[in-house]
Design a protein around this ligand. Structure first.
Ligand SMILES: O=P(O)(O)OC[C@H]1O[C@](O)(CO)[C@@H](O)[C@@H]1O
Length: 540
């Protein structure tokens, strides 16, 4: 069925018109945020999750048209189809059932050709049993020692989400098994990791859906050599998380165990499958992983059931579309005022940009409007001392501030200024959003701030497995909603393929040179030849 293009929708035309009026002074944020009802009218709260979009450049009319845009795109209907297991990833002819990993399928009877929930439950039981055996030392290393550390070998969706959740949770829960991450093919990544572990008490978790990803396979090779050099048997030290039937699915028991991931859950949406489930259960216990899933599930239910007007992921997707397509901001920063969330932005970078950085519509037509924008971020206040100069006086971009009401560390003391560190942190977060919105007049133009720079603020009460789950599922749902409204497929990633193909061609030539010193790179363009010659010369 041919769909109406995003920019042919009536609401799109109306929003375009409304965006032109915004230059009038009365729409400057410094005036709009004075309205006593503004926060109440432009914020939403759900289950300890607060989303304030009162400092976005919107008013009631813009909001109403944005909601119309979502309705005209049937965003909620598409979201329901997704959680029900319909084929929403049409270019790859697959469902996108990451929500099922947290036990959420509204009507499992409709899933005829795959037993999604029983497969998920089977793998979760396997994870529960395996992690308990590691914790109670029923499973020990080759030399009979209890495991103390685990290295996750994986890249992209098989790494980033897990690192985000682990980094967040280790602030509030002492890990039983310490996790380390080996993602980059850079040999120095491997070199650093092996410095931090004891080979005799370390478990290696290879995570790769395809089990063909070059970086992961190259690192696996290094690990196997490392185990051999340390006289350790991979069948006692290595586990795999991979698709059923992949080269890493191990019926021959060459490794300690294999856990399945499924093609109905895409890599960047896979933290709640065995991809995150195994390492996080090893680190904190299966019960903590379950609590994390419950947080995701709560947000999933909200994303499906809340009406458009109260739906936090949907509203934030609309705000993002407003900022990119109508106000023409090219990027968005994610700034958590919380060190524990330091790996959130790298995770959302992949989730968002791999999902929404698309050039064709659902039905295969080239696109002439903005799809995904650039996402980047750093924790505050650090970000204030690096790139916030540009945020305040350079090219504007919307910012998403994230605050956590109660810190984990409960011995914070007031300094000589009578303020606790955590209060100082919040003072800065509040001030930055205000400064961006208000701006400041000054006769000295070097000290003049235009203001009218939009931001949202997201607040959670504290760092718990449940709240981290909600945060993760919020970003997933928002990404998917944005994709559905933009009329693109948020589940494929053909854009990563071309570089891989070219790398493989270059690799073939490197291989030839490794076996034949006289081999030349003359068949390449001059720059490629220059870089390869430099690599082989060992110096510029
Ligand atoms: O799990 P695999 O198959 O190793 O893939 C890793 C990652 O690589 C990508 O294909 C991108 O290159 C991601 O989508 C995926 O999460």
């Amino acid at each position: 069925m041919v769909q109406t293009r995003f920019n042919d929708r009536k609401a799109f035309q109306n929003l375009n018109r409304l965006s032109k009026n915004l230059n009038e002074d009365k729409f400057h944020l410094k005036h709009m945020i004075q309205d006593k009802k503004r926060l109440e009218n432009f914020s939403l709260k759900f289950d300890g999750f607060f989303y304030d979009f009162s400092k976005q450049r919107i008013d009631d009319r813009v909001m109403e048209e944005l909601l119309n845009l979502a309705r005209q795109a049937e965003a909620k209907k598409k979201f329901s189809q997704m959680v029900s297991g319909e084929i929403v990833n049409i270019t790859e002819n697959r469902a996108a059932l990451h929500t099922a990993a947290r036990g959420f399928i509204p009507d499992p009877a409709n899933l005829t050709d795959m037993d999604v929930l029983s497969e998920i439950n089977r793998v979760n039981s396997q994870i529960k049993e395996f992690s308990a055996k590691i914790h109670n030392s029923q499973i020990r290393s080759d030399s009979g020692k209890p495991f103390t550390d685990a290295v996750v070998i994986g890249i992209g969706g098989s790494y980033l989400g897990c690192e985000f959740v682990y980094t967040a949770l280790k602030h509030c829960i002492e890990p039983k098994i310490k996790l380390h991450f080996l993602s980059n093919v850079d040999i120095d990544n491997f070199g650093q990791v092996i410095k931090t572990i004891n080979p005799e008490t370390c478990l290696w978790i290879v995570i790769s859906k395809s089990y063909t990803t070059t970086e992961t396979m190259a690192n696996l090779k290094q690990v196997l050599l490392f185990l051999k050099n340390n006289k350790l048997d991979p069948s006692s030290h290595l586990v795999t998380v991979t698709a059923k039937g992949s080269p890493g699915d191990d019926p021959a028991n060459k490794v300690l165990d294999s856990f399945h991931m499924f093609d109905f859950i895409g890599g960047r949406y896979s933290v709640t499958s065995a991809v995150g489930g195994l390492p996080l259960s090893l680190a904190f216990g299966f019960d903590i992983f379950t609590r994390f899933l419950k947080g995701c599930h709560a947000m999933d239910l909200h994303a499906v059931n809340a009406p458009e007007k109260q739906n936090i992921p949907l509203i934030s997707a609309l705000i993002s579309i407003w900022n990119s397509n109508f106000l023409h901001y090219p990027a968005q920063a994610i700034i958590p005022y919380c060190s524990a969330l330091s790996k959130l932005a790298p995770h959302v970078q992949q989730l968002y940009m791999e999902s929404l950085g698309k050039g064709v519509t659902f039905d295969g037509n080239l696109i002439d409007y903005k799809t995904g924008i650039i996402i980047f971020g750093e924790p505050g206040t650090n970000a204030q001392h690096s790139f916030f100069q540009l945020a305040h006086q350079g090219s504007p971009f919307p910012v998403e501030f994230i605050g956590v009401v109660t810190p984990v560390y409960n011995k914070d003391q007031a300094g000589s200024n009578g303020v606790y560190n955590h209060q100082e942190l919040w003072a800065n977060m509040i001030a930055q959003a205000k400064a961006l919105a208000m701006g400041k007049d000054d006769d000295n133009k070097a000290k003049y701030f235009t203001g009218n720079r939009p931001s949202s603020t997201l607040v959670i009460n504290n760092l718990t497995p449940e709240s981290i789950g909600m945060l993760l599922a919020f970003y997933e749902a928002r990404t998917v909603y944005e994709g559905f409204i933009l009329g693109i497929n948020p589940f494929d990633q053909f854009g990563v393929e071309l570089g891989k193909i070219l790398a493989s061609q270059i690799r073939d030539h490197i291989k030839q040179k490794n076996t034949d010193e006289t081999y030349t790179f003359d068949s390449f363009d001059p720059a490629t030849k220059f870089y390869l010659d430099t690599l082989f010369n060992g110096s510029l």
